[in-house]
Structure formats: structure tokens, C-alpha cells
Write a protein of this length. Structure first.
Length: 414
């Protein structure tokens, strides 16, 4: 109980401090923290960590920044209204279908993060930097736990989970955290722990996060990470004044990751077999995971065609197929919320991506690359209650675009 209270007090204290961006990241790690602390499933301590902490963090951030609306520091844009409409539709559908648990999960682990970040960054862009640092810290902690757990049980293929869903969300933290460490290494050029911390901390943390990411065996997230990092170094190689340095850095980062990957695969042939079945044997119907994706996508399309206007309601896909969720948020919205929900969600995506400005600003580049990472993953894994990382990065992109337009955010790649 003591360690649980320490975690709760630490997150609440951070939420009340100027570093509330870090609190918002750690508030979403409830299931993982419960796993570390060994809290009984659905007991008082479990619910306090999983549900109470994010609720308190949101309440504090909204309360302390609500005046930004009156002061006109928070200017709402089309993406805000679209997501607000989608959130209201999801809540109405959940209540109508009696899916109260899904509604609570959606409220605490999905779009609410978008609005918390929008409010949190209204007065100070420092919140954006803190969110990025928070991801790097959280990912390092999760990766270190993976290594410790693997050493303790002699089994290095960790899925880091309490339920299959947490595998995906933890892998996303690892991927975004590893990516943000790359940002601190090559764009910010300082430690993610602060100016007075040695820079080699970044390299050690990147290796830890890379191990955790590979060990998670969540292929959609690894794909998003590779695309995001490759895109970032491609942009830097074009725009930066230090093109040769960045090309060399790209080789170092990916060389390290690939060396670690091949060493890992050499030690664990069962993981190599999993990758083989995904990339080579899929056409032969031998990969159950990949085939289940195709099956679930087909079922979602079929359900949407049967009831396109209103859908089957939140949770309707699982009730009619027994397959959990479609592993694609657009198809999930279409089959459960109907054409209205699908259009609102897709319109939100378009509104956010249209906001992107291709400017030479390091923090901005890091945020929209992280959004690309999350967007790739959310079309292949997870449901709408597990997408807080995309909504966090989307909120950062929208806010930082406004900051660039009004001159609050400057700087360029060097």
C-alpha cells in the first residue's frame, strides 16, 4: 500500500507543478504500475492506480488551465470540435448499449488526453517538452523492468502484459519513448533528464527501450517506430546544416537497433519463427495473428454494410463476432457508431494532418513524427479505448502549429 500511495502522490504532485506534462504521461501507466507493485486485480489499490490517478491528473490540469479559454490563449480549431463530437457520440452509444466499463476506459485512456494536452499547452509550450521527456522516462522504466524480469525468470521474450491489451499500449510507450530519446540525442542534443545530466544517459536509455520494444513482439508498433525514425532522419538529411552528421547518426542508431535485433533473434528462434510466419508465410495462411486481422476487418465491414446508419453500438462488434475488436479504429467506428462516427473520426484525422507545416522546427518535427508512428499502429492494433498516444501527439501537433503561426515557437534544424 505504501508504494501505491507514493506513486499516487508523485503523479498528483507533478500534476500540480509546472511539470504537469510528465504527470499526464505517467498517469496512463496504471496497469503496468499495478503489475510492478503486485496489486490484486480490481482491488482498491488496483482501481486507485488505474482509474483514480488519471482522473485526478486530468482534473488538476483542466482546473489550473481553464482560465486559458477566457484569456483567449486556447483557440479552438476544427479538429477540436470534430473530436468533441466524436467523443459525445461514443459516450451516448456506450450509455445506450450499457457498456459502462468501455465508457470509463474510453474517458480515462483515449480522447480525454487530447483535451488535457490542448488545455495544458495553452499557457506554456513547456508542457510539450515535458510530455516528450515523460515518454522517454516512462519507456526507460518499462524497458528496465523488462530486462529485470527477463533476468529473474530466465525468459527474455517478455510480453510485459496484464491482459493482451496492455502489451500494445506498453509497446507504444516504448516506441514513442525510444523515438523521443532519438530527438534528445540528435535534435535537442541534451539528456532527456535535464541539462546537467551526462548525454551518455540517452544512449543507455535508447538501448534499454530498444530491447523492450523488440521483446514486446508488437509488430505494428515496431513498424511505426521504424517509419517515424527513418522519416525524421530523412528530413534532417535534407534540411539540416549538418547533413553528413545526421546520415552518420542514422547509421549508428539503426545499426545499433539491428545488431540488437539479430542478437535477440539468434538467442530466441521462436521469435524468429513468429516474424517468418508474418513476413513470408502469411500467404500460406500460417500466421494466426495476421489472419485474425484480416478476418476481423472483414467482419467489421460486413457489420457496417448491414447497419450503416447507426451501427451496432459500442461493444457491438465483440457481441456479434466474439473477436474482441477489429484492430482498426476506423472500421471499429463505422461498424459500432455508424457512418456518422466514421466520418467524424476520419474528418478529425484529416483536420489534424492538414495542420502539419513542414518547417525546420525540431520539437514540431518530433511531435508529428510521433503522431505518424501512433497512426500506423492504431490502424493495425488495439481499439478506441487504447489510443491515448495518438491523441496526445495529435494535440501537440495542433497546439504547436498554432504556436508557430503566432510566433510563440521558433527555431530550426542545425
Amino acid at each position: 500500500m505504501a508504494l501505491t500511495l507514493i506513486y499516487v502522490i508523485a503523479v498528483v504532485a507533478l500534476a500540480m507543478s509546472p511539470r504537469y506534462g510528465i504527470a499526464l504521461v505517467f498517469a496512463g501507466l496504471g496497469s503496468f504500475i499495478n503489475q510492478v507493485l503486485g496489486n490484486p486485480l480490481y482491488g482498491i489499490q488496483y482501481n486507485l492506480v488505474s482509474l483514480g490517478v488519471p482522473f485526478f491528473a486530468f482534473a488538476i490540469v483542466f482546473f489550473r488551465n481553464f482560465s486559458a479559454v477566457g484569456e483567449m490563449k486556447l483557440k479552438l480549431v476544427l479538429a477540436d470540435y470534430l473530436l468533441l463530437g466524436f467523443t459525445a457520440l461514443y459516450a451516448f452509444s456506450s450509455l445506450s448499449a450499457g457498456q459502462y466499463i468501455l465508457l470509463i476506459r474510453f474517458a480515462l485512456f483515449s480522447t480525454t488526453y487530447y483535451f488535457a494536452i490542448r488545455f495544458g499547452t495553452a499557457k506554456s509550450i513547456r508542457c510539450a517538452e515535458d510530455v516528450i521527456a515523460g515518454y522517454a522516462m516512462a519507456a526507460t522504466f518499462i524497458g528496465a523492468f523488462a530486462i529485470g524480469r527477463g533476468a529473474g525468470v530466465g525468459e527474455w521474450v517478455t510480453r510485459l502484459r496484464m491482459g493482451e491489451g496492455d502489451t500494445i499500449t506498453l509497446a507504444r510507450v516504448l516506441a514513442i519513448g525510444a523515438y523521443m530519446i532519438v530527438y534528445f540525442m540528435f535534435l535537442k542534443r541534451q539528456s532527456f533528464l535535464g541539462l546537467k545530466t551526462p548525454k551518455f544517459v540517452n544512449y543507455a536509455a535508447f538501448l534499454i527501450c530498444s530491447y523492450g520494444l523488440v521483446a514486446s513482439q508488437t509488430r505494428s508498433v515496431v513498424l511505426g517506430f521504424v517509419v517515424a525514425v527513418a522519416f525524421t532522419f530523412f528530413v534532417m538529411a535534407i534540411w539540416s546544416e549538418r547533413k553528413a552528421t545526421f546520415v552518420f547518426s542514422f547509421i549508428i542508431v539503426f545499426g545499433t537497433l539491428m545488431a540488437g535485433l539479430f542478437y535477440y533473434l539468434a538467442q530466441h528462434p521462436e521469435t524468429w519463427d513468429r516474424l517468418y510466419r508474418t513476413t513470408v508465410a502469411t500467404t500460406r495462411g500460417n500466421d494466426r495473428s495476421v489472419n485474425s486481422r484480416f478476418d476481423s476487418w472483414g467482419k467489421a465491414i460486413e457489420l457496417f454494410q448491414r447497419k450503416p446508419i447507426f451501427g451496432y453500438g459500442v461493444g457491438g462488434f465483440d457481441l456479434r463476432t466474439g473477436m474482441g475488436y477489429p484492430h482498426n479504429v476506423v472500421l471499429e467506428a463505422l461498424c459500432e457508431l455508424g457512418i456518422g462516427g466514421g466520418l467524424l473520426l476520419v474528418s478529425f484525422f484529416i483536420a489534424v494532418f492538414r495542420k502539419i507545416k513542414f518547417v525546420q522546427q525540431p520539437l514540431y518535427l518530433a511531435c508529428y513524427s510521433a503522431m505518424i508512428l501512433s497512426c500506423i499502429s492504431m490502424q493495425l492494433s488495439g481499439n478506441l479505448t487504447m489510443q491515448r498516444h495518438f491523441f496526445i501527439s495529435a494535440a501537440l501537433v495542433v497546439t504547436l502549429t498554432q504556436a508557430i503561426n503566432n510566433g510563440r515557437l521558433t527555431g530550426h534544424l542545425r
